[in-house]
Ligand binder design. Structure first.
Ligand SMILES: *Cc1c(COP(=O)(O)O)cnc(C)c1O
Length: 390
């Protein structure tokens, strides 16, 4: 395998990064190592902890196969695998934020991240403040002497505003704060946070890497400066993921490139078509030319995934529910990134800054791998029911 990952194509990297089949008698996939205890040859080796693996919580060959593959995608110094995407948010925040620190979090953040910050981080004495996703370099006005972490997520959960990550990184680093980014939407295939100066890249691998709605896993990748501390925090919290989930995520990762291409193509086709449908006021998808942050998205991202939202033309919850209840292919359920299409009502009542002003209720859609014509027919059923519910 080429050590310089940048010189080889993304699908080649996805197919071959992580484990070396020759380490395991030529079998293509790595073994699933179920382990707590690791034996040492003698007491001296125990005292010095000098061998590669020391205990199951601290790493196994299965975990390494996944995390090394992710390092090759992210360009990171190291990666940890934790039991959920939410743990991939909480573990680095607990590791880097201390009592008395000020943490800036984007207001359009994934709701459970906000819940964690508002409950546990605040209880531990961390000062939490939310900022507008479109703030860019203006974040300088919110920086305080005790600002330790700037938490970003781009595009925004549910409303898809794009953040000016390089501008935010510049301001944060000048103030000695680190930048974390929840990059679940783009995956490292369509945006590489560390290339833009982000220190910690967070991924709900439950979504596209695992890809089949049957695994919960989170990945956190760090640059050289933050890696040691992140790994220590991971070991201190004992927040390791199970070997079968790690294996399933690596299995999913191998096909993520081709799956994402399909999600991208279908989602864009449906998003463009939706812009012309009666009953749809707005389509919130950053790869559409009509999106207010399209230029920023185009500058930094090299692809788009399969989730976006639509705004219905007026009405309220009755109309929103009529749309959702008329769907027969789209499932009503949380999460996304699997092979099947999903739709959920969007709730923006938790926001304090980025409330936005929309013409009607919002619905988030995950476009799966089904045939586009079938999905369009399903959405037409929804729009017809929504129109009848006025
Ligand atoms: C789904 C999601 C998470 C959490 O992932 P889980 O594995 O479901 O805990 C975190 N961040 C974002 C942006 C997500 O969409």
């Amino acid at each position: 395998m080429a050590t310089d990952g940048s010189k080889i194509g993304i699908n080649t990297r996805l197919a071959h990064s992580g484990n070396d089949p020759r380490d395991y008698f030529g079998f293509v996939n790595p073994p699933v190592v179920h382990a707590s205890t690791v034996l040492y040859p003698d007491a001296a080796a125990m005292a010095s902890r000098s061998q590669k693996y020391t205990y199951g919580t601290r790493g196994t060959p299965t975990m390494d196969a996944l995390t090394l593959a992710v390092d090759a995608l992210e360009g990171s110094a190291g990666t940890i695998a934790v039991p959920s995407g939410l743990a991939a948010v909480t573990v680095p925040l607990l590791t880097f934020a201390s009592a008395g620190d000020h943490v800036l979090i984007v207001d359009s953040v994934y709701h459970p991240t906000r819940n964690f910050a508002d409950t546990m981080l605040k209880r531990l004495g961390v000062e939490v403040e939310y900022y507008d996703p479109r703030i860019g370099a203006g974040i300088a006005s919110l920086i305080k002497p005790n600002t330790k972490v700037v938490f970003t997520e781009s595009p925004a959960s549910n409303t898809y505003e794009v953040q000016d990550i390089p501008a935010i990184v510049k301001v944060a680093h000048a103030a000695n704060a680190i930048v974390m980014m929840d990059n679940t939407w783009a995956t490292p295939l369509y945006f590489r946070p560390l290339d833009y100066g982000v220190d910690i890249s967070i991924h709900a691998a439950t979504k596209y890497p695992a890809g089949h709605s049957d695994v919960l896993l989170g990945l956190v990748s760090a640059n050289e400066a933050c890696w040691k501390k992140l790994y220590e925090g991971f070991c201190t919290l004992g927040c390791c993921s199970g070997p079968d989930d790690v294996y399933q995520t690596l299995r999913g990762l191998r096909t993520m490139g081709v799956r994402l291409e399909h999600h991208q193509k279908s989602a864009l086709e449906i998003a463009r078509w939706l812009e012309a449908q009666p009953g749809v006021a707005q389509v919130l998808h950053p790869a559409l030319e009509s999106h207010p942050d399209h230029a920023l998205w185009k500058r930094d991202f090299c692809g788009s995934s399969g989730v976006f939202s639509i705004v219905l033309n007026g009405g309220g919850q009755k109309k929103q529910h009529a749309f959702l209840d008329a769907l027969t292919i789209f499932g009503l359920g949380y999460s996304w990134g699997g092979y099947e299409s999903l739709a959920v009502p969007v709730f923006l009542g938790d926001r304090t800054v980025a409330k936005g002003s929309y013409a009607g209720p919002l619905i988030r859609m995950q476009i799966g791998l089904e045939d586009v014509e079938d999905l369009k027919a399903d959405i037409e059923r929804g729009l017809k029911a929504a129109a009848a519910a006025e």
